[in-house]
Ligand binder design. Structure first.
Ligand SMILES: Cc1cc2nc3c(=O)[nH]c(=O)nc-3n(C[C@H](O)[C@H](O)[C@H](O)COP(=O)(O)OP(=O)(O)OC[C@H]3O[C@@H](n4cnc5c(N)ncnc54)[C@H](O)[C@@H]3O)c2cc1C
Ligand code: FES
Length: 281
């Protein structure tokens, strides 16, 4: 928690200010603590996550996607996959849930200032890097060239076309999209996302590469970047495991000697290289 007087174990009541349906199984909840003192004390960094508690059903880890400067609204984009997310899908504006957080280490946004940035996402899970793009969008002149690369399996998995259109319009920004399996009207690339990499614009000595998605995809991205002289210390991965306590006590998210909830979810590749290269860890 940001301030000493807020317990990291105790969910606090938050109200849903708005609910936005992003795609058939994907929605955003805009939340605010009902206690103004807790809301005022709440601070987070891009890449951190909260534990959201649906009363009587369960608690899940969800990344924060809003901008840290806007301390009045905490946004979470949630994909319906199972018991808790199905229950949350039924929530409406004005409903209340429990919220504790923020947890974990986020993206190295301060260290990446004045550098080129490459954001790579694959599969369905792009929420953790949306916070990076939103952050840079608000401070565009503080960063170098921005490359946004998204790979999906099927064209139907691609969501947020309007956001990608908006990002495409940002100065000094390149948006590259690929689907493994393309359909007739898919205007972008068909093939593995890595086949787009020769279009990236970056200085290997002055770049941060931030990625999330399937671990197999992230392994391929890391190999490609290392082959292109990007140091391992400049590659950052957001990892996901099932979580319970979120504070490094229960061991559910253990990753070798590390805990994803406490030492991650964002890791420098340099720090987890041995684990990451061992499949099944
Ligand atoms: C740090 C972190 C950040 C996350 N951010 C987001 C986010 O921004 N938006 C979002 O939609 N989801 C996010 N997730 C994933 C989210 O926590 C799970 O989808 C959620 O816990 C599923 O709960 P459920 O009860 O609906 O599904 P369950 O009924 O628990 O499970 C449904 C299926 O999903 C699998 N599963 C559940 N949780 C995970 C997990 N953490 N990793 C891999 N497989 C899992 C189960 O094995 C099962 O196959 C994040 C997870 C972590 C660890
Ligand atoms: S979730 Fe309990 S140790 Fe990470």
């Amino acid at each position: 928690m940001a301030k000493q007087d807020i317990s990291p174990y105790k969910p606090h009541e938050a109200i849903i200010l708005d609910r936005i349906q992003e795609a058939p199984n994907l929605f955003t909840l805009q939340l605010k603590f009902t206690d103004p003192k807790i809301q005022d004390a709440y601070e987070f960094e891009p890449g951190q996550f909260n534990m959201l508690y649906l009363y009587g059903v369960g608690e899940i880890a969800i990344s924060i996607v809003s901008d840290p400067v806007d301390s009045n609204i905490i946004d979470h984009t949630i994909r319906v996959v199972g018991r808790v997310t199905r229950g949350m899908d039924n929530l409406k504006t004005g409903d209340r849930i429990g919220l504790r957080g923020p947890y974990g280490r986020g993206w190295p946004m301060i260290e990446s200032k004045q550098k080129d940035v490459i954001v790579v996402t694959g599969g369905l899970g792009c929420a953790p890097v949306v916070s990076v793009i939103n952050y840079i969008e608000q401070r565009r002149e503080e960063f170098g060239r921005l490359n946004i690369v998204q790979g999906v399996k099927h064209t139907a998995d691609f969501i947020w076309k309007d956001r990608y259109d908006r990002w495409h319009e940002m100065p000094n920004t390149k948006v590259l999209l690929a689907a493994d399996v393309g359909e007739a009207m898919w205007p972008w690339h068909v093939g593995p996302v890595t086949t787009l990499f020769d279009q990236l614009e970056f200085d290997p000595d002055n770049v941060s590469v931030m990625m999330c998605g399937p671990e197999g995809m992230m392994r391929v991205v890391c190999d490609h970047m290392l082959d292109n002289r990007v140091p391992a210390s400049q590659l950052f991965l957001s990892m996901e495991r099932n979580m319970q306590c979120a504070v490094g006590h229960c061991g559910h998210c253990q990753y070798g000697s590390k805990f994803i909830c406490k030492d991650g979810p964002v890791f420098s590749y340099e720090k987890v290289r041995n684990l990451f290269e061992t499949k099944g860890f």
